[in-house]
Design a protein around this ligand. Sequence first.
Ligand SMILES: Nc1nc2c(c(=O)[nH]1)N[C@H]1C(S)=C(S)[C@@H](COP(=O)(O)O)O[C@H]1N2
Ligand SMILES: [Mo]
Length: 253
Amino acid sequence: MNKAPEHTDPVQREITRRTIVSFTIFFICIASGIYLFSRLYSEPQSADKVQPTLRKVLVANEKLFSLFYSKTRLAKTFKKSDVAIKARVNGGVGMEGTLDTVIWRLKVVRNPGDTLILTLNDLKALPKTEVVFDFKCVEGWSQVTYWGGVRFSDFLKKYNLVAQSCKHYVGMTTPDGTYYVGNDMPSMLQPQTLLCYELNGKPLPQNQGYPLRLIIPVKYGIKHLKRIGTMFFSNEKPADYWAEKGYDYYSGL
Ligand SMILES: Nc1nc2c(c(=O)[nH]1)N[C@H]1C(S)=C(S)[C@@H](COP(=O)(O)O)O[C@H]1N2
Ligand SMILES: [Mo]
């Protein structure tokens, strides 16, 4: 009689064939996903606490993004009316106690054994630049904030730090040396990067880096070192607090 017409119906046969193919592909994808995931997570972590494969991806990203990086590309700026009423405070490493500008000095290591020593007034004597931008923390929050200080590139020019500006990196540490960051020179020379001494037109609060902090809008918050003590220049990547804990060294936006 009319038995099993689906075996001979070409449409039905095609549907069956496609269903089998789809499920096979589906299971292959799931299986390879599980395989790759377990391989990645069983990789021994290297000294920087990241699996070597993930580190390779971060390094590749960094190379790719630095190809497109331009010193003239600006971070998006905002109007002062967009500024958050209360600037959030985050991260207190190297911020113990209060700091007095009677004793504080900025130490600029021009070369090993040759350190320029500056007061806050020396920096305030330079032209002031302001920036209102969206400050982003890797923890997942962001806030429009308003900062003022000396453009890093103006500072280098004023103090004739020409040879230093040819180095690949700038390192900074808090006076007690417990928080430290390294930033690449192209990002430091970007015109919105400030040696910053003001928040909302007033001196920085102690917990936000008084008397001097870095503001570098092309980077995540981890790179904006608060309470600068010492600054130095080098062709090797300076030590970096969060990079040592596995975060991306570049941390660009
Ligand atoms: N000295 C010092 N600077 C620091 C940190 C820190 O712990 N110590 N934390 C960083 C992080 S993770 C962020 S998000 C910003 C926060 O700056 P804010 O307190 O002005 O919001 O400071 C950065 N600079
Ligand atoms: Mo952060």
